[in-house]
Design a protein around this ligand. Structure first.
Ligand code: SF4
Length: 372
């Protein structure tokens, strides 16, 4: 019988479970603290619970159920890519991107213990594979295998924080950690599980909602649901084109929900005064990187509190696009800035280990190193 995972259950659910086992309510608080603050890997490690209760939980089929970082690859830039093993044998990928100052020249980047970080971003997956089929993305080649559960989504974060010994809630500095839900999968096609994971990460693990960003390829009905959430992460729309014709060519989902309908849905979100909506824009050489495209983007975003992240497309095997030239990237960037849109050109991370944006594909496992 497959074990039922405790990780992923929020305090009300844990309280109901304790009550069903005839236990007092405070046991749920102890269990939540062990799961989400101490990040216990097994029931044996939860010394605050009596041995008899731990036995009761095991007899009822429960275990902690954290995903396991089965393999890792480390980039020369310090990025780490993990193959994360789930209970049923499926795998997803999670990426750790330390953002701190450049290390001293004599620090070996492949020795993680000698590499301090000031801030770090964790890129989290939401599905095994993806159904959206963006043509520039390696993950798309997998198709969709299944949705992740809330515990599997939040559990990737817990496992990576434990590996890097980051204390988020107890005396640590949560400001150092940002989460981006931009890994494998489309979070808004697994909406309920994603939002439950978000609540676990914020309410139970103490990570600020302002430090989490979910990226969608543009699932219009889910954006409208998202607009009604009382507490939500930041939102990024993966725009990637300046008009529907180009977008439909590289992102067929545009035929279902076009750019105008997505922008209209975004306008229903009650953004805070200082909150930007981020537009991700993957630059593909000769396709969407010309000055007329930049001008079209400016026209689309007029009047919105928008910022743009430009991403230089990362090549991948079997994908027939070209990288934009540095001149085209620079020109595009400057045109958006001149048009009044805060624009950032994202530094490519982990390109040598296929961890960069759009490159997560779990079948490229040969160069991964088995974790001890
Ligand atoms: S870019 Fe994102 S939404 Fe598009 S296929 Fe890849 S994982 Fe799915």
């Amino acid at each position: 019988m497959a074990e039922s995972a405790l990780f992923g259950m929020d305090t009300p659910a844990l309280t109901a479970l304790m009550q069903s086992l005839g236990q007092p309510r405070y046991r749920a608080a102890q269990l939540a603290a062990a799961l989400y603050r101490q990040r216990a890997a097994s029931l044996d490690e939860i010394a605050t619970l009596p041995i008899a209760l731990r036995g009761q939980l095991i007899a009822a089929g429960y275990g902690v159920g954290l995903p396991i970082l089965a393999q890792t690859a480390t980039s020369v830039d310090g990025t780490e890519r993990y193959l994360v093993q789930l209970a049923d044998g499926e795998t997803v990928e999670t990426v750790w991107m330390p953002d701190g100052d450049l290390p001293e020249p004599d620090v070996d980047l492949r020795d993680r213990d000698s590499r301090p970080f000031k801030r770090a971003t964790i890129c989290v997956s939401s599905q095994v594979g993806c159904a959206v089929n963006c043509h520039f993305c390696l993950t798309a080649k997998l198709g969709i295998r299944r949705n992740l559960t809330p515990g599997e989504i939040a559990g990737q974060v817990a496992a990576v924080l434990t590996r890097h010994q980051v204390e988020v809630a107890a005396g640590g500095n949560p400001d150092r950690i940002n989460l981006v839900f931009m890994g494998m999968g489309e979070p808004f096609l697994n909406y309920d599980a994603f939002m439950q994971a978000f609540r676990i990460l914020s309410a139970e693990m103490g990570i600020s909602p302002a430090r989490m960003t979910v990226s969608t390829s543009g699932i219009e009905p889910a954006i409208r649901r998202f607009a009604l959430e009382p507490i939500r992460p930041r939102l990024a729309l993966s725009l990637n084109a300046s008009n529907d014709t180009i977008r439909a060519e590289i992102m067929p989902i545009t035929r279902k929900w076009n750019i105008a309908s997505l922008l209209e849905a975004l306008r229903t979100i009650p953004f805070g005064k200082r909150e930007y909506v981020t537009f991700e824009y993957v630059l593909l050489g000769g396709i969407n990187d010309q000055p007329e495209h930049a001008r079209e983007v400016l026209a689309l975003l007029k009047g919105m509190n928008a910022k743009v992240n430009l991403i230089v497309w990362n090549p991948g095997p079997g994908i027939d696009y070209h990288q934009p030239t540095p001149e085209a990237v620079d020109r595009f960037h400057k045109l958006l800035i001149a048009g009044g849109i805060p624009t950032f050109t994202r530094r490519p991370r982990g390109r040598d280990i296929y961890a960069a944006c759009g490159q997560l594909k779990r079948t490229i496992e040969t160069e991964l190193v088995q974790l001890a």
